[in-house]
Design a binder for this molecule. Structure first.
Ligand SMILES: Nc1nc2c(c(=O)[nH]1)N[C@H]1C(S)=C(S)[C@@H](COP(=O)(O)O)O[C@H]1N2
Ligand SMILES: [Mo]
Length: 365
């Protein structure tokens, strides 16, 4: 069988078609953050969500060189020791996979079947990408910046290294960093050891792990992950719209205790302290609303003081006077740029950026 014979197009599940073995295989490799993990301001690395398109490559910090070339005055090949000597900047960033929420769409796009847990917040330490680019000297003709990881695979018949491009302006203005630490320790293998890009505010696909090369090019990048994969499309041949920043979302830590199979919740009647996190890649979170009657009535949540990092999640709380019976909790986020989280997000073929409001069924006893 040749590489080109592997499915060239994304598929939608048939009506009523359950999770396929291929989706299960992806779900068993990649994992979300259990929602109770939102109790931590900074997610412990083992609880942070993981998404790897191909395999985690075998890498070694000792002989790792980051190649910086293309439209630059002076191409560079920088080892980890040299990179660390350039300075140290730590930013707190909430990463979310663009496919988060995919598995709840109807019809379901067949891919990594995320529910709502493909999120995590870490403190990333490294050097500003803009400083690295300036060190190499940005030439006049530079248009896009291409980031290449050490992992390799086939996607819809196209053999490739994992690669993403950003415009030069985005690469500089986003405050992206090239990071070697996560929460004060070397990056874990699954999060990009020994080096990764972190682009604050952008869906996770932009933050290339196992980063081995940065190339400035004099035209718009045409790579698979930019022009084919991560796009909002409504039909197979629709060229679609590029996915960039994270749409606002709020999630509650599910209260009380769960039923093993359904994960429906049980709480005792009385005051239930609800707690959650909200984030947006466009602007800081300004308001969160909570409904305890499936979206009929909405109440403002109390927000924690804003932190120093615009693209880290913000905590919120709401005291619910729970009365016996079955209730559906739901929450929505609003950011300072005027973006509001919808109750039902629009469908698209890849199942991207589905920020439909969370629904938690709670039985009050
Ligand atoms: N080299 C490489 N970088 C990658 C990926 C990948 O498969 N290979 N996956 C991307 C996607 S789709 C996401 S959502 C984030 C996930 O980052 P995390 O696993 O550290 O949470 O990494 C991005 N960077
Ligand atoms: Mo992703």
């Amino acid at each position: 069988m040749s590489i080109e014979q592997f499915s060239v197009r994304g598929r939608l599940a048939d009506t009523g078609e359950g999770i396929t073995p291929d989706e299960l295989q992806l779900a068993a490799r990649n994992h979300g953050m259990p929602l109770e993990g939102m109790r931590y301001d900074v997610t412990p690395p083992g609880l942070h969500y993981v998404l790897v398109h191909y395999d985690i490559p075998a890498t070694n910090a000792g002989d790792w060189y980051l190649e910086l070339g293309g439209c630059v005055e002076e191409p560079l090949s920088i080892g980890l020791t040299e990179l660390r000597a350039m300075g140290r900047r730590t930013i707190r960033v909430t990463l979310e996979c663009a496919g988060n929420g995919r598995a709840t769409l109807q019809p379901r796009p067949i891919s990594q079947p995320w529910l709502s847990e493909a999120v995590g917040t870490a403190e990333w330490t490294g050097v500003l990408l803009a400083d690295l680019l300036r060190l190499a000297g940005i030439r006049e003709d530079a248009v896009d910046v291409v980031f290449t990881g050490a992992d390799h695979g086939v996607e819809r018949g196209v053999e490739q290294d994992y690669q993403r491009g950003l415009s030069l302006a985005e690469a500089i203005d986003s405050g992206a960093i090239v990071a070697w630490e996560m929460n004060g320790d070397p990056l874990p293998p699954q999060h990009g050891y020994p080096l990764r890009l972190v682009v604050p505010g952008w869906y996770g696909m932009a933050s290339v792990k196992w980063l081995r090369s940065i190339e400035l090019i004099d035209h718009e990048f045409q790579g698979f992950q930019n022009t084919v994969a991560y796009r909002i499309k409504h039909a197979p041949d629709d060229p679609g719209k590029a996915i960039t920043r994270i749409a606002p979302r709020a999630l509650l830590v599910p209260p009380g205790f769960p039923d093993f199979m359904s994960r429906n919740r049980f709480v005792a009647a009385g005051t239930v302290a609800l707690f959650g996190r909200a984030w947006s890649g466009w602007a800081p979170i300004e308001r969160v609303e909570v409904s305890t009657d499936a979206g009929v009535n909405w109440h403002p949540a109390t927000l924690d003081a804003p932190g120093n990092d615009d693209f880290a999640w913000r905590a919120f709380a709401y005291d619910w006077e729970a009365t016996p019976g079955e209730h559906v909790l739901t929450v929505r986020a609003y950011d300072a740029a005027g973006n509001e989280q919808p109750i039902e997000a629009d469908w698209n073929r890849g199942g991207f950026a589905n920020n439909s409001a969370q629904r938690i069924t709670v039985v009050v006893t």
